[in-house]
Design a protein around this ligand. Structure first.
Ligand code: C2E
Ligand code: MG
Ligand code: MG
Length: 538
């Protein structure tokens, strides 16, 4: 029951519409969450920037304000008057006039209070100062009435008091609703709002914060600490976070992401359809005998004698067109059909060339193996059966594995060793294009390296600086490995390779891939084909 359900589920993954829908859903979701994340990040950043700017403006204003209040107190303390008389009131009025931020100036002794604003009672609070410094005393938030002109901050020295108005603080900075300017006292334990509503204090986060940044962003609030000279208190601006709503632009990104997702889904659908049809065709191809095996001769570079060939698959469609193995081999590897194909190549090769191989015991044919062929010992068994049947020696069949094919080195090594043990040769194909390191190569049971065509091409174009090929050749020599150069197209490449000590080569300079008949003819018509190109069948 369970396995049936799993099978059904797995079969969905081969259905184009399912893959298309899945791709659409996944890409649309990714795009949407991604863009939301970016948008929110932007909002947060803007919020922080705004708060920083506001904090800095506030700080500048506060420095100016405190400076004036202290100076005005110093002036009052310095003048000789110490009684509530007409002269005193005139002096107080003068001070308020001289200092822009002094809204109210007062003198108080045991019996009386006199002020430049006689009808007001803002300063009549006789409570202990909130902060008692060595020279000045500070009263904060001396009124809670939302009146612009009531004092928000009062300083005292001796019998004099000066106060500023709320307006002087707020005219510079627009405090948004819910925010406040606090003075934090007693080493962070107590906070008195100078402006705005009172806030939950201390904050749920550790205070003072560990980070030295002026701005602290919490889940619900932005907390801006202003640096002050006085260690007794800290000035803190707190704003609730309002920016956490989704920005308007994001709503545009939703349809955009959906459209793009649908587009991606459609593409995946088309690709899946194509793959499926190719898949189905490939299955039929083996059955209908559309596959054929060609043989590209391998030559001794010095004597120009043919020493063997590489078996290469071709897929000829019913309409006559040829599909490249670079296209259908990876597909067959994915679908597992490659096993059938390898078996087909082995069987066909012995059927076609069995007799030739028996008659020419020095001749060998090399066969390309896929990763999955290397992972199980099956090939060895199939081969043994065929060799017995056709009475061909194991050393006449070589196997080519690519570096990519060696996924699990331990298993691969074991199977390759088993093939060598019965007499087969093992070649590393396309050498240099994968990730085989020297150290790794040393541990592999191989006889020969095939240098990839890409490196041979480099030889042709710039013979003087000959690129990577010579290094590979020297490396192979020091490991006592044979070298076959692939894709030789120019005489100059052959000469250069030969002078570097490479003994064998394969390429269009000598021959294209040939049909079995052509290959047999090449061998039996005498081995000397020096310098002559053999016409291609395909
Ligand atoms: P490969 O094993 O490296 O085969 C060499 C490829 O280079 C062949 O392409 C061959 O036709 C081409 N070639 C040889 N000499 C020259 C040259 O001078 N110039 C140029 N431009 N190309 C040259 P092909 O036959 O298209 O095969 C491509 C790949 O497909 C092979 O690369 C091999 O990896 C894979 N393949 C082919 N047949 C089989 C097979 O039976 N089984 C497996 N597993 N893979 C196969
Ligand atoms: Mg090959
Ligand atoms: Mg190759």
């Amino acid at each position: 029951m369970m396995t049936a359900a799993r099978e059904t589920f797995r079969s969905w993954f081969y259905r184009p519409w399912f893959l298309g829908l899945l791709a659409a859903a996944v890409s649309a979701t990714l795009l949407m969450t991604g863009s939301l994340f970016v948008a929110m990040h932007q909002v947060e950043q803007n919020e922080s920037l705004e708060m920083n700017a506001q904090g800095e403006r506030f700080l500048a204003r506060l420095e100016q304000l405190f400076g004036q209040l202290r100076e005005s107190l110093d002036d009052l303390e310095a003048q000789p008057l110490r009684a509530c008389d007409y002269e005193m009131i005139a002096t107080l009025q003068q001070v308020s006039f001289n200092y822009r931020f002094v809204y109210e100036a007062a003198y108080m002794d045991d019996s009386r209070i006199c002020s430049n604003r006689p009808r007001q009672e803002g300063l009549s609070l006789i409570r202990a100062p909130d902060i008692q410094g060595p020279t000045y005393s500070y009263w904060l938030n001396t009124t809670t009435e939302p009146d612009e002109n009531r004092a928000a901050l009062m300083l005292g020295r001796g019998n004099f008091r000066v106060a500023t108005s709320r307006g002087h603080l707020t005219d510079m900075v627009d405090l948004s609703p819910g925010s406040s300017l606090l003075v934090v006292l007693d080493h962070g334990k107590r906070a008195i709002p100078v402006l705005g509503v009172s806030q939950v204090w201390p904050p749920t986060e550790a205070w003072p914060p560990k980070k030295r940044d002026a701005l602290q962003v919490t889940q619900t609030r932005l907390i801006y600490r202003m640096p002050t000279d006085n260690p007794e208190y800290q000035l803190v601006l707190i704003t609730p976070r309002t920016g956490l709503h989704i920005p308007a632009v994001w709503w545009w990104l939703v349809p955009a992401s959906l459209t793009l997702g649908i587009f991606v889904g459609f593409l995946v659908y088309l690709l899946a359809c194509q793959r499926q049809s190719l898949d189905a065709e490939l299955t039929g191809a083996i059955r209908r005998g559309e596959l054929q095996v060609l043989y590209q001769p391998i030559f001794d570079l010095d004597s120009r004698n043919c020493v063997g060939a590489e078996a290469l698959l071709r897929w000829r469609r019913p309409d006559g067109s040829l599909t490249s193995p670079d296209l259908f081999i990876p597909m067959a590897e994915n679908s597992g059909q490659i096993r059938q194909m390898t078996d087909f190549v082995l069987q066909r090769l012995l059927e076609q060339l069995g007799q030739l191989l028996r008659a020419n015991p020095q001749l060998y044919i090399s066969v390309n193996l896929a990763a999955c062929d290397v992972m199980v010992p099956r090939i060895g068994q199939v081969m043994a059966r065929l060799l017995t049947l056709h009475r061909v020696a194991a050393r006449q069949i070589a196997f080519e594995v690519t570096e990519r094919g060696l996924i699990d080195v331990v298993v691969a090594r074991e199977n390759l060793q088993a093939l060598r043990d019965v007499g087969h040769q093992v070649l590393i194909d396309d050498f240099g294009t994968g990730y085989c390191s020297l150290a790794y190569l040393q541990t592999l049971p191989v006889d020969c390296l095939k240098i990839d065509k890409a490196f041979i091409d480099a030889l042709g174009h710039d013979a003087a600086s000959s690129g990577v090929a010579p290094h590979i050749i020297h490396m192979a020599q020091s490991l006592h490995l044979k070298v076959i150069a692939e894709g030789i197209e120019l005489e100059s490449q052959a000469a250069l390779l030969s002078s570097e000590g490479v003994k064998f080569g394969q390429g269009w300079l000598f021959a294209h891939a040939l049909s079995a008949v052509q290959f047999i003819e090449l061998i039996t018509r005498g081995r000397r084909r020096a310098g002559r190109r053999v016409e291609d069948e395909a």
